[in-house]
Design a protein around this ligand. Structure first.
Ligand SMILES: O=CCCC(=O)O
Length: 472
């Protein structure tokens, strides 16, 4: 138990150290727990059940048992329940934000923003639940009719990452429940509590589980795909990114710098859509780098619980950040800002770092940072930057800044990424499809498309009993 922490909440009952299985908060069948520490100050936040295969099976069985009842509710009924989730999250956003910050140490603004992003998914899918329309298709034979209906896929195994312990879960669970599925949800061990309020644990190999949705690394996504192959599950994989942020000479400088700071800073650069590789055209390069450095200097790194802090610690990226900087320095790259670990603040803090005149030989370009290292390269032409931006195995988010509408459309259509932000550093929205190309995964989350990932399409062909149906 962590009485000191839960006592700091307006509603201490929101902090539950248990797994929610079959309508009850339960401990692991072995009684074993693991400790959750705040990465900023290493204070003990709480203890969570260490789930075993038996616990996971119990959760899967409970979800399977609940499925017929849940799917038989009308979309409207399911929507009303999801709307209540939305309302409760909004009502409790401050406490939820505090729990997220305690476990993840992200800045308070980021944490409360995450609570509201989560609420947005419940609101969106509460409205989608009654609108899962089928279709009527003219049959090739005049005496037959073809009807298409959409059915929930069944029990879904949802696995969510530590950087958004609540919102990435909400994005999945709201869509799954809206579709009429039941779920078993497993959160990352580093930050489990917000998800413990729903359903933890799953198994990729279970035949009862019909679908897996995973947000996390490309490496683990590929393992899950292999493990799911025997049971031919439907998969949604939201994996790593390495987002290019392209600045053309004709971009509005101040708005571009603001967008760059926002895109690089979200959760201290620990999101898969954070800008990673900055490509800046030669005519604006000096002006952009100067203003970018000035604006990043105004940010404050520290314990996310402090109101003045904009950037919390790196949850597990401190070594990678150091490695990228070391590699860049060895290759003659210029450090424009930062470059060192902030050991005076604790073992997980790092200076916000900007590297100038980088090229594709550096690790900071070939790998996603997740450690607040911004790598800037200079380019001359549109063709050159499109080639450079697409020179990545992954293809999740990308950004481009320009005042030329024709160029914006041309370049966005040539980028091999699932999402393009034009003149903005923010793409995520409950109404916008979130997803990727290439090794960044498959499937779409949020938006009107998000529900399709939890649906089976069924075709019903009806003939006329009085008409012989011969082949054409
Ligand atoms: O890190 C994953 C996604 C973050 C977002 O939706 O902004």
């Amino acid at each position: 138990m962590a009485p000191a922490f839960s006592a700091s909440l307006k509603d201490p009952g929101l902090f539950v150290e248990g797994s929610y299985i079959n309508g009850q908060w339960v401990a692991s069948q072995t009684g074993k727990t693991f400790n959750v520490y705040n990465p900023a100050n290493e204070a003990l936040v709480g203890q969570c059940p260490e789930s075993t295969t038996e616990d996971i099976n119990a959760a899967i069985q409970a979800a399977a048992k609940a499925f017929p009842t849940w799917r038989s509710q009308s979309g409207r009924q399911r929507g009303r329940i999801l709307r209540r989730f939305f309302e409760l999250i909004v009502e409790n956003k401050e406490d939820i934000g505090n729990i997220i910050t305690a476990e993840n140490a992200k800045a308070k603004g980021d944490a409360e923003g995450e609570a509201l992003l989560s609420a947005g998914f419940f609101e969106w899918f509460s409205e989608e639940a009654p609108r899962i329309y089928g279709d009527v298709i003219p049959h090739s034979n005049p005496s037959s009719r073809t009807q298409v209906i959409k059915e929930p896929i069944g029990v879904c195994g949802l696995t969510t990452p530590w950087n958004f312990p609540m919102a990435m879960g909400a994005r999945k669970v709201a869509a799954a429940l809206a579709a009429g599925c039941t779920v078993v949800m497993k959160s990352d061990g580093l930050t489990p509590s917000p998800l413990m309020r729903w359903l933890p644990s799953h198994s990729a190999r279970s035949d009862v589980v019909k679908k897996i949705s995973f947000t996390g690394s490309t490496r683990v996504g590929k393992i899950l795909m292999q493990q799911s192959s025997n049971t031919l599950k439907k998969l949604s994989l939201e994996l790593g990114g390495n987002a290019p942020f392209i600045v053309f000479d004709d971009a509005n400088l101040e708005n571009t710098v603001t967008a760059a700071v926002i895109s690089k800073s979200k959760v201290t650069d620990q999101t898969c859509v954070c800008a990673n590789r900055f490509f800046v055209q030669e005519g604006i390069y000096e002006k952009f780098t100067k203003r970018f450095v000035e604006n990043m200097k105004k940010c404050s790194v520290g314990d996310g619980q402090k109101n003045s802090v904009t950037h919390g610690p790196l949850t597990n990226g401190i070594e990678k950040a150091g490695g990228h900087i070391h590699d860049a320095v060895n290759k003659g790259v210029t450090i424009l800002l930062g470059g060192k670990a902030l050991t005076s603040l604790g073992k997980n803090f790092h200076e916000l770092t900007i590297l100038g005149n980088v090229d594709d030989s550096t690790k900071s370009n070939s790998e996603e940072s997740f450690g607040s290292v911004a790598a800037i390269s200079k380019f001359k032409t549109e063709d050159e930057v499109v080639r450079g931006a697409n020179n990545a195995e992954v293809g999740l988010a990308s950004y481009l800044m320009t005042s030329d509408l024709g160029k914006a459309h041309r370049v966005s259509e040539r980028l091999e990424f699932g999402m393009v932000g034009i003149n903005t550093g923010v793409i995520s929205d409950s109404a916008a499809p979130f997803g990727s190309f290439k090794h960044s995964g498959m499937g779409r989350e949020g938006s009107k498309y998000g529900i399709d990932d939890y649906i089976n399409i069924k075709t019903i062909v009806t003939g006329d009993i009085n008409t012989v149906h011969s082949s054409l």
